[in-house]
Design a protein around this ligand. Structure first.
Ligand code: FAD
Length: 419
């Protein structure tokens, strides 16, 4: 097991010097599983709030590849390295970094097992594993199929594969995107992706077309997207909703075809985004319910199914909050504050959380949706009148300004979480 911590050498000498209450706190151990936007934020914030706690971050990949802005990588607007971050900043704060997967959780014994077999005890466990795919849906779409028909819904090699396929495509080809039902990671990301692909095709392969085959009848910012598509990409981009035979039921790999109930869409490039569920470790820990996602107490993010285990980010059922990096970051902070209080035997009070999702319809054309949420009957619900969307009609300068806000948000959040 590789564990790096700058402070670990101090442990013995500090223990001898600390008064009893601080010593008790020094022995508290919090393990965070998953070093994405939710987990990395939570580990950082916990270490800040409870400096004497032993905070450990378990994550198999030393390099994190971020999804927000990865649609720009697919369409050649930015390099993949602009999406990549490491955990050195967190290690420098005294957080123990373990570059392994968690493979098992024993809630009764309060311990997790790592992929090298090591068992580690915890006082509180925070699970932030993001999403996993429901392979086999659409029929024929499994992990092997994603090497032919990329999902690119976890950033990295899949992002580059989709980019290479777009680049290799001849002018006149069809790019077909299969969009899953809710709940899903980043509900607006599909339509941003289709938009930026249309932007790419318009400039490079104008006889081509992008089609979204959707398992849904509506999506956030729909009117803003559709109005922009009419303006920017007439004839280039088509959205086919569920009620118009949009749902892809199976795939035919040999012919690169997406099949709906009544139509076969033979694609030059097929991007299949499968239905999703909480990352697998959540089910192993017994914190996922029959939906495949994890219910939480909104005041603490603790699981009602297993004591002392908290779930944050995409894996959690957080009511009206979208599954976004912005939300994951907010939840990471709220959960850390709650865990800090629980470690001190105090009771956290529920608070309000904010989410903002930006989408690019073109590199200089941004739109956004904002929500403010509060717990009601154990669920985060919209605070009436507190959120909103970009206006339907707006001058291009407004859209350009929003595209700049989006870029500034990404710079700020990644610096805050991984800096
Ligand atoms: C194309 C696209 C565009 C997007 N654009 C935006 C955007 O503009 N704005 C926005 O706010 N959001 C956006 N999102 C959504 C955003 O990426 C996710 O909501 C966010 O990453 C969720 O954070 P998370 O920490 O829950 O999961 P992740 O960021 O996926 O992190 C989960 C981590 O857990 C690790 N892990 C999993 N299982 C284990 C295990 N067993 N042991 C140890 N580690 C484990 C994984 O390796 C991973 O690093 C976009 C998503 C996509 C796909």
């Amino acid at each position: 097991m590789k564990i790096r911590t700058r402070r670990s050498f101090l442990k013995g000498s500090l223990a001898a010097l600390l008064p009893m209450p601080a010593l008790a706190q020094a022995q508290r151990r919090v393990i965070v599983v998953g070093g994405g936007f939710a987990g990395a934020t939570c580990a950082r914030e916990l270490k800040r709030l409870v400096p004497n706690a032993r905070v450990m971050l378990v994550e198999p990949n030393p390099t994190f590849t971020a999804c927000p802005f990865s649609n720009g990588v697919i369409t050649g607007l930015r390099p993949l390295r602009a999406q990549q971050f490491n955990y050195e900043g967190l290690g420098g704060l005294g957080i123990s970094l373990v570059y392994l997967s968690a493979t098992k959780v024993d809630p009764q014994a309060r311990s997790i097992t790592l992929s090298d077999g090591t068992a580690l005890p915890y006082d509180r466990l925070v699970l932030a594993p993001g999403v996993d795919f429901r392979w086999g849906s659409p029929t024929g779409y499994d992990e092997a199929a994603s090497a032919r028909m990329p999902h690119a819904w976890k950033a990295g090699e899949q992002t580059l594969l989709l980019r290479r396929q777009l680049e290799a495509m001849e002018d006149g080809g069809l790019v077909a995107i299969s969009a899953p039902p809710n709940p899903m990671r980043c509900p607006t990301g599909v339509y941003e992706r289709a938009s930026l692909i249309a932007f790419y095709l318009k400039a490079r392969k104008p006889r081509s077309k992008v089609i979204i085959l959707d398992a849904k009848d509506s999506f956030p910012l729909q009117r803003q997207f559709q109005s922009a598509w009419q303006q920017l990409y007439p004839g280039l981009l088509e959205w086919v909703p569920l009620s118009n035979d949009g749902k892809v039921v199976s795939v035919e790999l040999a012919t690169n075809t997406l099949v709906t109930d009544f139509t076969q869409h033979k694609a030059a490039v097929a991007n299949v985004i499968p239905p999703q569920k909480a990352g697998a470790i959540a089910a192993m820990a017994g914190v996922a319910d029959r939906t495949g996602w994890c219910p939480i107490d909104p005041a603490t993010f603790e699981s009602p199914l297993q004591k002392n285990i908290h779930v944050i980010g995409d894996a959690a059922i957080s009511g009206a909050m979208a599954k976004s990096a912005f939300a994951a970051n907010a939840q990471g902070k709220a959960c850390a504050a709650a865990v800090a209080l629980l470690l001190a035997d105090e009771t956290p009070a529920p608070g309000k959380l904010i989410n903002t999702c930006y989408s690019l319809v073109a590199p200089d054309y941004g739109i956004s949706i904002v929500g403010v949420y509060q717990p009601v009957n154990g669920q985060y619900v919209d605070v009436e009148g507190a959120g909103g969307t970009s206006p339907l009609e707006a001058p291009r300068e407004t859209r350009a300004a929003e595209a700049n806000y989006a870029a500034a948000w990404f710079r700020t959040i990644t610096a805050e979480v991984f800096g």
